[in-house]
Design a binder for this molecule. Structure first.
Ligand SMILES: Cc1cc2nc3c(=O)[nH]c(=O)nc-3n(C[C@H](O)[C@H](O)[C@H](O)COP(=O)(O)OP(=O)(O)OC[C@H]3O[C@@H](n4cnc5c(N)ncnc54)[C@H](O)[C@@H]3O)c2cc1C
Length: 462
């Protein structure tokens, strides 16, 4: 069946949603955080439904007329997952922001997919609770996007990634049906774990419209320790020391020398002379527990350190994490663009991965650095580029291929938190056996037999 023209798609979807909610695709809906890598799509229409029924109506119409559907959250993804690369309809969830149910005394909330991550965290905080997932672009990213990518963040070390906090999902699946899986229940082992299949599915299996989330009572205190080391060797010894000492910290982060060079200028309190590696560890819990662990951390990360800081004032702690949220943007600003991957390796291979990232950059004549979630072995291995320099972009693409090869060789994975999206399509074949790849593609066909949900994304093998 020939695909309807853009004007017809807009007119037909306009009848379902009302005209103001459907229009031609504007640039803001054609890119995500990969824009400076030169990735931009094109679409026939943008549809902004306000209800689950409207989402179901769009999916049903598109499915019947063979029109691709690209679910879109806040557009902060690093894998071009929300970029429409085969035309069709961008289905933005931004108008679906209702809190459907909130029971602070039962530590749970049910929200629509378009609510921002920051708003979920704020609602929890204002009620003495805590929603732990803390991906860095929280003001812009949406809870639906976080679930669709199973987003992590610094505190995933202790608390797990977003999926660990989802007890139920409402989603629209092809050919346009609403399914509810799980709910307010905290445990549920009936049936295959379809909820977990949708978590991290990057818009390729269904459109998430609402989620039931677990919350926790907010920790009484959060007390970080920041250690500066001369280089990766001493820094990684400090990281291993925290684990070896059995300290249950909430976050365990690092920046290598290149990342410190690019982002350290705005670090509250400044970076000491000679520092080539930073470790951030955070203790949380009751005030007494957090203070005890903070003292132990000072010792654990202090071995061979050039300097150790242990802020205690709330203002200082907030300033630290605000700065940490801005690290990715500060590093990108250095040359205007970056090719940044999110490989993950076993903890005993992290120093090797950090040093190899720098070596790969050198081999490809690119400025390289890394930072990330050390406790999870999750590196943001990054090559800095000028966005208008095609030669550099091509060298960075080849450097990224080497990085994926490195991750698999070290026993790790090509993606720890950003997903496969379009950028890493086919790369899963590096690390999964043939039968597992077949099952991966078979799952896609069961949910989406016509292949219209986010086509070209999360492809296991090319
Ligand atoms: C400065 C910065 C810092 C970041 N830090 C982190 C970090 O610490 N940890 C981390 O994991 N990520 C991080 N990210 C990446 C990004 O914020 C996360 O991947 C986030 O979860 C994406 O959410 P989004 O709403 O922006 O989704 P989008 O970018 O809009 O979409 C991402 C994918 O999810 C799909 N999708 C979106 N909404 C839905 C839905 N409702 N139903 C079905 N599919 C959907 C899209 O089709 C796409 O495939 C960072 C990004 C930036 C720019």
């Amino acid at each position: 069946m020939p695909r309807p023209r853009s004007a017809e798609i807009q007119a037909e979807l306009g009848k379902l949603l009302g005209r103001g909610a459907v229009g031609p695709a504007r640039t803001a809906y054609l890119t995500d955080a990969t824009e400076r890598r030169g990735i931009k799509g094109s679409a026939d229409a943008v549809a902004l439904p306000a209800t689950t029924e409207e989402v179901a109506g769009i999916v049903a119409w598109c499915y019947e007329h063979e029109v691709p559907i690209v679910p879109r959250g806040g557009g902060t993804g690093f894998a071009a997952g929300a970029v429409p690369l085969d035309g069709g309809v961008v289905l933005g969830l931004e108008r679906m922001t209702r809190v459907r149910d909130f029971e602070p005394l039962l530590w749970r909330i049910c929200v629509e997919a378009g609510l921002s991550t920051a708003e979920v965290r704020r609602l929890a905080r204002e009620n003495g609770l805590f929603f732990p997932p803390d991906p860095g672009a929280a003001e812009q990213s949406q809870i639906g996007g976080n679930i669709a990518t199973n987003a992590g963040g610094p505190h995933a070390f202790k608390y797990g990634a977003t999926g660990a906090w989802v007890t139920g999902l409402e989603a629209v699946v092809p050919p346009g049906e609403v399914v509810e899986i799980g709910g307010a229940v905290r445990k549920d082992v009936a049936g295959y774990d379809l909820k977990s299949l949708l978590i991290g599915s990057e818009g390729t299996l269904g459109v998430i419209t609402a989620a039931w989330l677990k919350l926790l009572p907010a920790p009484e205190a959060t007390l970080p320790v920041i250690a500066f080391h001369a280089g990766a060797e001493a820094g990684c010894r400090a990281i291993a020391g925290v684990l070896g000492a059995g300290l249950t910290v909430a976050a365990l982060e690092y920046l290598d020398g290149g990342a410190l060079d690019a982002a350290g200028g705005s670090f509250p309190g400044g970076i000491p002379e000679g520092a080539g590696f930073m470790v951030i560890a955070e203790a949380d819990g009751t005030k007494a527990d957090a203070e005890r662990v903070q003292r132990q951390l000072v010792e654990a990360v202090g071995i061979d350190a050039l300097a150790v800081r242990a802020p205690t004032r709330r203002r200082e702690v907030e300033a630290l994490w605000r700065w940490r949220d801005g690290v990715s943007i500060a590093i990108e600003a250095r040359r205007g663009g970056k090719v940044s991957e999110d490989i993950v390796v076993p903890l005993d291979r992290i120093q090797e991965a950090i040093e190899e990232t720098a070596a790969i950059g050198e081999r490809h004549r690119l400025e390289a650095c890394s930072w990330g979630h050390a406790g999870d072995g999750n590196l943001h291995s990054t090559f800095l580029v000028a966005p208008d320099d095609d030669g550099e972009l091509e060298r960075a693409r080849r450097a990224a291929e080497e990085l994926f090869e490195l991750a698999v060789r070290l026993g790790g994975s090509i993606s720890g938190e950003h997903g496969i999206g379009w950028l890493k399509r086919g790369q899963l074949a590096r690390q999964w056996p043939a039968r597992a790849l077949e099952l991966h593609e078979a799952v896609k066909r069961v949910f989406d037999p016509k292949g219209l949900l986010n086509p070209g994304k999360k492809i296991a093998a090319l």
